[in-house]
Design a protein around this ligand. Structure first.
Ligand SMILES: *Cc1c(COP(=O)(O)O)cnc(C)c1O
Length: 375
């Protein structure tokens, strides 16, 4: 039996063909026809005017914060319950993340806490330079109140949709709710280029500015002329070709992940102390990862026991994100609330949900969990 990974890449004949076509065309550079086509196809899919293909989701976050005006000494509201990259980008700008707790009903950032913090800071004359939201594990945040609060205070919203390509909120695509949206094509995301990212925006000027900053801010001269600090953040044409093939298969991946999620919910239904990440009625997740909490008092087991038992079967699972306000790196950053996501972290586990996960392997995961839990 081979190891079962949490969310391994899934590539096939189309990826191989498109990658080799790009290779044979000799467009090996971080520009070329596949980069242009990937950007167009991606923007169309997300329903946003412009997309800029970049070397990682983290690079996209960095440029997004720069473009909305985050700079040294600023504060930026960031969910505590997320991958470290979201807040690292704030540090890259010399700014300070202010962490905000999750809502228990969605696990995504609590809109009431964001609105109250913006009101409080407006009254004190210390508004943050931006609000970053994260569409967690493939589920959108509750954007109506978040967008309203940001607009009321004139604070730009940056949407970290790295985990949520293909998810929707009230029928609209995740990634389209901020002034800038960010995606990742890291190896374990729902589509992958082995490494890569995308910045989306309605503004042609901001997209052009992002392309300029991502290519060392090179000025239009025959020689190399520079007036601004730039970065080497563009996506290679070879990887863009891979991304185009992956994007074409996105809907099939979401369908299969939805089926995996439904099977977990059915098979573990009624097991005492096991609860799933709530699915909000306002949207459709892309079902990137299925996450559960395991309550020791009710289940007779706990997250680490289950994780280690799965590991002994060569099955990878992972604790949910450790809240960033509990990370030593951010010990000095302020936090608004924090108990909700800390509680989820204490008991939360992400189960294998790769789009190619077999029913037999999934049955092994379920069997291990049921074998440890009461009932
Ligand atoms: C994966 C991820 C990122 C970073 O993307 P990379 O492409 O790995 O740089 C950022 N934010 C969140 C929420 C992620 O899950």
């Amino acid at each position: 039996m081979t190891r079962v990974y949490l969310s391994p890449p899934e590539v096939g004949a189309d990826e191989r063909r498109m990658l080799l076509e790009a290779f044979d065309s000799n467009w090996i550079a971080p520009l070329g026809p596949d980069v242009d086509a990937f950007e167009e196809e991606f923007a169309a899919r997300v329903g946003v005017g412009h997309a800029v293909a970049l070397s990682s989701g983290t690079a996209a976050l960095h440029l997004a914060l720069l473009l909305v005006g985050v700079g040294a000494g600023d504060d930026v509201l960031v969910p505590s319950f997320t991958f470290v990259a979201t807040a690292n980008a704030v540090l890259y700008r010399g700014a300070t993340p202010v962490f905000v707790d999750s809502a228990a009903g969605t696990w995504t950032v609590d809109p009431a806490l964001v609105a109250a913090e913006l009101d409080r800071r407006a009254a004190a004359g210390r508004l943050p330079a931006a609000v970053v939201t994260v569409d967690l594990y493939g589920q959108s945040c509750d954007y109506d109140p978040l967008v309203a609060a940001c607009e009321r205070h004139g604070v730009p919203l940056v949407e970290d949709a790295a985990e949520a390509l293909g998810a929707t909120y009230r029928g609209r695509a995740a990634g389209s709710f901020g002034r800038m949206g960010v995606f990742s094509f890291n190896g374990n995301k729902i589509i992958t280029t082995s490494g890569g990212g995308m910045l989306v925006t309605a503004s042609a000027e901001e997209a052009d500015r992002a392309r300029y900053l991502a290519t060392q801010a090179r000025e239009p001269f025959p020689h190399y002329e520079h007036t601004t600090l730039g970065y080497n953040y563009r996506l290679s044409n070879l990887l863009a070709a891979l991304g185009r093939a992956q994007l074409a298969g996105l809907d099939s991946r979401i369908t299969r992940r939805r089926a995996i999620d439904a099977r977990y919910r059915e098979a573990l239904d009624g097991v005492p102390g096991i609860a799933f990440m709530p699915v909000a009625a306002y949207g459709e997740p892309n079902h990137w990862l299925t996450c559960v909490t395991i309550d020791p008092a009710l289940s007779g087991t706990d997250r680490e026991t289950v994780r280690l038992a799965l590991e002994a079967e060569d099955i990878e699972s992972r604790p949910t994100w450790k809240p960033l306000h509990l990370q030593p790196l951010f010990a000095d950053s302020p936090v608004v609330g924090g108990a909700v996501c800390a509680g989820i972290f204490d008991h939360g586990l992400c189960l294998p949900t790769g789009s190619a996960l077999s029913e037999a392997d999934q049955a092994r995961v379920v069997g291990t969990v049921r074998g440890l839990a009461r009932g």
